[in-house]
Design a protein around this ligand. Structure first.
Ligand code: URP
Ligand code: ZN
Ligand code: ZN
Ligand code: ZN
Length: 483
């Protein structure tokens, strides 16, 4: 059984051209003119692009006394509905729990996935066991490690642990990632705000000003540089953090920044809404920022100082958000976005001229595949690559509404937004999962994708570090060891 996508224009991170795509056995078998197959998908007027890859999701994650409401079933359905064909979720060991133990828990949850997936492993505590198990984790194809510099008393790790883990990542050819917020300062500011009677969701934003993010981003960059390892900064939300990344890159440091579609399109005014539920539903860390910060993020995408757009999809129902009535520090942190990332970015990025179509593909798919060690199996329209494809109709329109979404929660932070540019078809390894909004995805179709460590950037960086490593000066008549 073969499928052919006919009459479309292929759009990749670096090329735009007219060709048909033949799919066989879950892979792209041929790209060319006048191809035929058993089943024909008409792509007239559409762009054929690599399916989106969301490098930042939290499906069924235990967090702040509850579990995020979208699991690998509803979460990956939402992904496919919006043209995303792969997610990278965070396996999160409880402090004291082994990494391999957490990994088998995540493997159990993900058996329901409708699209392919991978994990990042979180380092939530430090010990010889963690050090040892990091190698096994990498051997099993999980090549990125996440560190929380916030959530004091829960997931946060300190600088000594960061440095030890970053050095271990350097040895293993893995990529460290950080949630960059100064958790000590956030804890102080939160306690003070509560004591002063600031208990509503708006205080969440006051407790996490851009400075806490800028400081932590800069600190993580310097620690990574000393460890000789690249660094990936998740949910970059403000100019202070972007500035640190931009500066580091100009100095030749290998640092990546990931804005979220929420931070690009929603601002801090949401927290001042008179409706408590409205504001609490938008509580996430870092919080939404002002328009100036949004402009900085958009500029970073077009300038290339920021490389990826993600969602940090971590959805909680209104009832779950209400755990924090009377105390903003108890509102579960997180927002959804999996189904909306591509249409929102196309509408606010490509349709406005802020980014090109090719840049759209780069930041939603190809750059992720390259940075995360799975290119060109994923993130490419090439013969031999997985047939994770989206046939994108730039004329199709809709108004975002929770009443029609795949996500399990009862609202959508983008409710009422009009988007132009939607999937006509989404294919996951050749299987047509979406046709103009109608779902035909299959629970359990998704497979775990093992990723490669020691990518070109890790190799180049370790070579440079080796060349410039401290060496004793040879002095005549004096042994090199000293005096
Ligand atoms: O508020 C957020 N971002 N929740 C998800 C966990 C995290 O910090 O990424
Ligand atoms: Zn985070
Ligand atoms: Zn996250
Ligand atoms: Zn299938």
């Amino acid at each position: 059984m073969t499928t052919v996508i006919k009459n479309g224009t292929i759009v990749t991170a670096d090329l735009t051209y007219k060709a048909d795509v033949l799919v066989e056995g879950g892979r792209i078998a041929k790209i060319g003119q006048g191809l035929s197959g058993d089943k024909v998908l008409d792509a007239t007027g559409c762009y054929v692009m690599p399916g989106g890859i969301d490098p930042h999701t939290h499906l069924e994650m235990p967090f702040m006394g509850t579990y995020s409401a979208d699991d690998f079933d509803s979460g990956t359905r939402a992904a496919l509905a919006g043209g995303t064909t792969m997610v990278i979720d965070f396996a999160l060991p409880a402090p004291g729990q082994g990494l391999l133990d957490a990994l088998s828990m995540w493997h159990n949850k993900s058996t329901r996935a409708h699209c392919d997936y991978s994990y990042h492993m979180a380092i939530t505590w430090w010990s010889e066991q963690v050090f040892d198990e990091m190698k096994e984790v990498v051997d099993r194809g999980i090549t990125s490690f996440k560190h929380f510099m916030a959530y004091k008393g829960a997931l946060m790790v300190n600088d000594d642990e960061l440095f030890a883990s970053f050095r271990r990542c350097a040895e293993l050819g893995a990529l460290p990632m950080v949630h960059a917020e100064n958790g000590d300062v956030v804890a102080e500011l939160s306690a003070r705000l509560l004591a002063e009677g600031n208990r509503g969701p708006e205080a969440h934003a006051y407790s996490r000003p851009p400075q806490v993010e800028g400081e932590a981003t800069n600190r993580a960059i310097m620690i990574a540089d000393m460890a000789g390892v690249p660094l990936y900064v998740v949910h970059t939300s403000c100019e202070e953090s972007h500035e640190a990344i931009r500066r580091a890159r100009m100095q030749g440091k290998r640092v990546y920044g990931e804005p979220l579609i929420q931070h690009l399109t929603l601002d801090e005014s949401e927290y001042f809404n008179a409706d408590w539920d409205h504001a609490a539903r938008r509580v996430m860390s870092p919080p939404f920022r002002s328009k100036q910060h949004q402009d900085s993020l958009w500029a970073g995408l077009s300038a290339g100082s920021l490389q990826v757009v993600a969602t940090d999809h971590c959805a909680f129902t209104t009832d779950q958000k209400r755990f924090g009535k009377g105390d903003f520090t108890k509102i579960p942190n997180g927002t959804g976005g999996l189904e909306d990332r591509l249409p929102m970015l196309w509408t606010h990025g490509v349709n406005t001229g802020r980014i090109t179509m090719n840049e759209f593909v780069a930041v939603t798919s190809t750059n992720v595949a390259k940075i995360m060690g799975m290119y060109p199996r994923k993130g490419a329209v090439l013969e031999g690559a997985d047939a994770d494809l989206v046939v994108w109709d730039p004329q199709a329109e809709k108004t975002i509404s929770a009443s029609r979404q795949q996500s399990a929660i009862d609202y959508n932070v983008f409710e009422g937004q009009k988007v132009k540019g939607l999937p006509r078809f989404t294919l996951t390894r050749g299987h047509v999962a979406v046709t103009e909004g109608a779902m035909s995805s299959k629970e359990g179709h998704g497979e775990f994708i093992a990723r490669e460590p020691n990518g070109p950037v890790n190799r180049a960086l370790s070579q440079w570090k080796e060349l410039t490593a401290p060496r004793p000066v040879e002095r005549s008549g004096i042994p090199a060891s000293g005096v």
